[in-house]
Design a protein around this ligand. Structure first.
Ligand SMILES: *[C@@H]1O[C@H](CO)[C@@H](O)[C@H](O)[C@H]1NC(C)=O
Ligand SMILES: *[C@@H]1O[C@H](CO)[C@@H](O)[C@H](O)[C@H]1NC(C)=O
Ligand SMILES: *[C@@H]1O[C@H](CO)[C@@H](O)[C@H](O)[C@H]1NC(C)=O
Ligand SMILES: *[C@@H]1O[C@H](CO)[C@@H](O)[C@H](O)[C@H]1NC(C)=O
Ligand SMILES: *[C@@H]1O[C@H](CO)[C@@H](O)[C@H](O)[C@H]1NC(C)=O
Ligand SMILES: *[C@@H]1O[C@H](CO)[C@@H](O)[C@H](O)[C@H]1NC(C)=O
Ligand SMILES: *[C@@H]1O[C@H](CO)[C@@H](O)[C@H](O)[C@H]1NC(C)=O
Ligand SMILES: *[C@@H]1O[C@H](CO)[C@@H](O)[C@H](O)[C@H]1NC(C)=O
Ligand SMILES: *[C@@H]1O[C@H](CO)[C@@H](O)[C@H](O)[C@H]1NC(C)=O
Ligand SMILES: *[C@@H]1O[C@H](CO)[C@@H](O)[C@H](O)[C@H]1NC(C)=O
Ligand SMILES: *[C@@H]1O[C@H](CO)[C@@H](O)[C@H](O)[C@H]1NC(C)=O
Ligand SMILES: CC(=O)N[C@H]1CO[C@H](CO)[C@@H](O)[C@@H]1O
Length: 482
C-alpha cells in the first residue's frame, strides 16, 4: 500500500490548551479499528482542524479520520502499533490524523509534580498524589503512556491491559503485595484475557503441570505436546510432540531433566536427553517389571531412581538409573484392590526421602496412601479413604499430590471435586485451598473444572492448578496457607 503522509502542525486555535502535533495522511485513507470499542465518537465538523481540536480535548484520542465531503469526524482511542490500521478509503476525501507520541513529550513531566502537566495533552494530574500520570486506558511503558491493550494482545506488564474492560495480563508477575492470601485464582498462562470472550488460548484440556526453580511451568497438553512456559512469558515452548497426551511430569533439578509420562503410549520419556525408561522403550503390553504399561505418575529421587506408577497394573515400580527392569515399590504384583497392600488406579506420587516415605494418590479408592520405602508393602491412608464424595474428609478421583517441604502437609489435586485440598498429615480431614469446598465446578476466579495437576513453586508462595477442562492454569497464593 502506498501511503503518503505529510506532516502538519495543527495548533489551532493558536493558544488552545491540550495541543499536539498530528500527522495527517494524504486523501483517500481512513482508520480501521480492531474493535468497535476503540471508536470514541463520530460527529461532524466543518474542517479537519476542528476535528483535530476535538481530538486534542479528548486525551484518549490518538487517531482521527475526517472526510471533508461528508464532514464526518471520527475519533479513536487507538494507534497503529497495536490496535488498528490505516486503510484505503472508499471516499477519496477522507484523511487520517495521527497524534504524535514520543518520549520527549513525557519524560520531563511523567511522575512529577502536577504543575508540569496542567492542561497538558499527554498526561493528567493524579489528584491524590499531585503527580502527573498516564490518562485512563493508557499505561507507563518506560518511555511513553502507551495505550492499554485489548484481548489476545501480548502484554508484558501487569497494567498493560484495558482495566476498564476487566482485562488482565495473564502473565506471571510475582508481585508480593498484590494477591497475598487470596482465595481466588488468576490465570497465568494466556494473553490479555477477560471480558471480550471467555475462551482461553493455548491450552487444550491439559493434564499435569510441574515447575522448576526458575518458575518455568511445564505442561502436558492434550494437543499431545509437552510444553513449557517461562515466567512472564505466555508463549509456549514445545519441548516434544507425541502421538498421545503426556500425563504427568517430574522436573529433576539436579539434572535439569524433565521426566514425562505418556500413559497411552506406555512411555516414560526424558527431556532433553531423549531417553526412555527402560532405554529400549519397549512395552510388552502387560504388567511386567521390564517395560511400561499404562504408566501414570512419576517421581525421581536424589540419586536418580525413578518411581513410576501404573494405573492399570495398580503398582509403583522403582527404576534405578539406566536399569533394564524395575522393582516393586508399592501395590500388589498381581491385582488392584482397596486393602492396605493394594491400590486401585494409582496416579501421581511423591517422595519423602528424609523419612523414607512414598505417597501414592490411590485414585479409584479416593484416598492417598503412604508406604515405607523398602517396607513391608503395607500402606496407611493419610488422606481420604472415606468413600467417594465432596465432604472435607473425602476425595473424588484425586490425581495429583504435592508434599510440602516441611513434609507435614500434602496438597491434593482432587480432580473430580474441582478443588485442591490441603491435608495436614495426621489429621482426619482436609481443607479446600482452591476451588469450591463443596466440589462445584465452574469457570471463575473461584471455581475450576477438573483440578487435574498441581504444582507449587520452590518458595511455596504459590499453588498452580491445571484447571484442565477450562484449558487454563490458575495461580493461588499460599501465603496464608502454608
Ligand atoms: C514515580 O516516582 C516515585 C517516587 O519518586 C517512584 O518511587 C516511582 O518508581 C516512580 N514511578 C515511575 C513509573 O517512574
Ligand atoms: C513504549 O511504547 C512506544 C509506543 O507506544 C514504543 O515506541 C516504545 O518503544 C515503548 N517503550 C518501551 C520501553 O517499551
Ligand atoms: C468489571 O468488573 C467489575 C467488578 O466485578 C464490574 O462491576 C464491571 O461491570 C466489570 N466491567 C465490565 C466491562 O465487565
Ligand atoms: C482471542 O483468542 C481466542 C482464541 O484464539 C478466540 O477464541 C477469541 O475470539 C479471541 N478474542 C477476540 C476478541 O478476538
Ligand atoms: C534457571 O535457568 C538458568 C538458565 O537456564 C539455569 O542455569 C539455572 O540452573 C536454572 N535454575 C534453576 C533453579 O532451575
Ligand atoms: C517466550 O517464549 C517463547 C518460546 O520459548 C520464545 O520464543 C520467546 O522469545 C519468549 N519471549 C520472551 C519475551 O522471552
Ligand atoms: C531443587 O528443588 C528443591 C525443592 O524440591 C529445592 O529445595 C532445592 O533448592 C532445589 N535445588 C536447586 C539446585 O534448585
Ligand atoms: C530421539 O531418539 C529417537 C530414537 O532413538 C531418534 O529417532 C530421534 O532422532 C532423537 N531425537 C533427538 C532430538 O535427538
Ligand atoms: C544412562 O547411562 C549413560 C551412560 O552412563 C548416561 O549418560 C545417561 O545419562 C544415563 N541415563 C539416565 C536416564 O540416567
Ligand atoms: C532400600 O534397599 C536398597 C537395596 O536393598 C538400599 O540400597 C537402599 O539404601 C534402601 N533404601 C532405604 C530408604 O532404606
Ligand atoms: C457450593 O459452593 C458454591 C460456592 O463455592 C456455592 O455457590 C453453592 O451454592 C454451594 N452449593 C451447595 C449445594 O451448597
Ligand atoms: C466473563 C465476564 O466477565 N463476562 C462479562 C463481560 O461483560 C458483560 C457486559 O458487562 C457481562 O454481561 C459478562 O458477564
Amino acid at each position: 500500500m502506498l501511503l503518503i503522509f505529510f506532516t502538519t502542525s495543527i495548533f489551532l486555535p493558536i493558544n488552545a490548551i491540550y495541543q499536539s502535533r498530528l500527522t495527517i495522511s494524504s486523501a483517500g485513507y481512513e482508520f480501521q479499528p480492531r474493535y468497535s470499542i476503540q471508536l470514541l465518537t463520530s460527529t461532524t465538523t466543518p474542517t479537519i482542524a476542528d476535528c483535530s481540536l476535538l481530538c486534542n480535548q479528548l486525551l484518549s484520542c490518538r487517531i482521527l479520520d475526517f472526510d471533508s465531503l461528508s464532514e464526518r469526524c471520527r475519533l479513536f482511542e487507538a494507534d497503529t502499533i497495536t490496535a488498528g490500521s490505516i486503510i484505503v478509503s472508499s471516499s477519496s476525501t477522507s484523511q487520517v490524523g495521527t497524534v504524535h507520541i514520543s518520549s520527549d513529550l513525557y519524560v520531563l513531566i511523567h511522575n512529577r509534580s502536577c504543575n508540569l502537566c496542567q492542561e497538558y495533552r499527554y498526561e493528567t494530574c493524579a489528584e491524590n498524589t499531585n503527580i502527573c500520570q498516564c490518562p485512563r486506558n493508557s499505561y507507563w511503558n518506560g518511555s511513553v503512556c502507551a495505550l492499554q491493550l485489548l484481548e489476545n494482545d501480548t502484554c508484558v506488564q501487569r497494567d498493560a491491559c484495558r482495566s476498564d474492560l476487566n482485562l488482565t495480563c495473564a502473565q506471571d508477575y510475582f508481585d508480593d503485595t498484590s494477591d497475598l492470601g487470596s482465595t481466588f485464582g488468576i490465570t497465568v498462562i494466556g494473553s490479555c484475557i477477560g471480558n471480550l470472550s471467555t475462551d482461553q488460548t493455548f491450552l487444550a484440556s491439559q493434564s499435569d503441570i510441574t515447575i522448576d526453580g526458575n518458575n518455568t511451568i511445564y505442561v502436558g497438553d492434550n494437543s499431545n505436546r509437552m510444553m513449557s512456559f517461562a515466567q512472564n512469558n505466555c508463549t509456549a515452548r514445545v519441548l516434544k510432540s507425541f502421538s498421545s497426551w503426556p500425563t504427568f511430569a517430574f522436573y529433576d533439578n539436579k539434572t535439569s531433566w524433565l521426566y514425562g509420562v505418556v500413559m497411552v503410549l506406555h512411555l516414560v520419556y526424558i527431556w532433553p536427553i531423549n531417553q526412555t525408561i527402560p532405554a529400549s522403550g519397549i512395552s510388552y503390553q502387560n504388567c511386567s517389571m521390564n517395560s511400561q504399561y499404562y504408566p501414570s505418575g512419576i517421581a525421581v529421587d536424589s540419586v536418580g531412581n525413578v518411581y513410576v506408577s501404573s494405573y492399570y497394573c495398580n503398582w509403583v515400580v522403582k527404576w534405578a538409573p539406566n536399569a533394564t527392569s524395575g522393582t516393586l515399590a508399592a501395590g500388589s504384583m498381581y491385582e488392584g484392590g482397596s486393602t492396605d497392600y493394594t491400590l486401585y488406579a494409582p496416579y501421581n506420587i511423591a517422595l519423602d526421602e528424609e523419612n523414607s516415605f512414598l505417597y501414592v494418590v490411590d485414585r479409584y479408592n479416593h484416598r492417598v496412601q503412604r508406604f515405607l520405602l523398602n517396607g513391608t508393602g503395607q500402606g496407611v491412608t493419610v488422606a481420604g479413604g472415606n468413600g467417594q464424595g465432596s465432604a472435607q474428609n473425602q476425595l473424588d478421583r484425586p490425581t495429583d499430590i504435592y508434599l510440602s517441604r516441611s513434609k507435614t502437609e500434602i496438597y491434593i489435586g482432587d480432580s473430580k471435586n474441582n478443588r485442591v485440598q490441603k491435608w495436614v498429615l495426621g489429621q482426619s480431614s482436609g481443607t479446600t485451598v482452591a476451588g469450591s469446598p463443596n466440589g462445584t465446578s465452574g469457570r471463575s476466579p473461584y471455581l475450576m473444572n477438573t483440578a487435574y495437576g498441581i504444582a507449587v513453586d520452590y518458595e511455596e508462595k504459590y499453588l498452580y492448578v491445571s484447571d484442565s477442562l477450562n484449558n487454563r492454569i490458575q495461580r493461588f497464593s499460599l501465603r496464608r496457607n502454608i
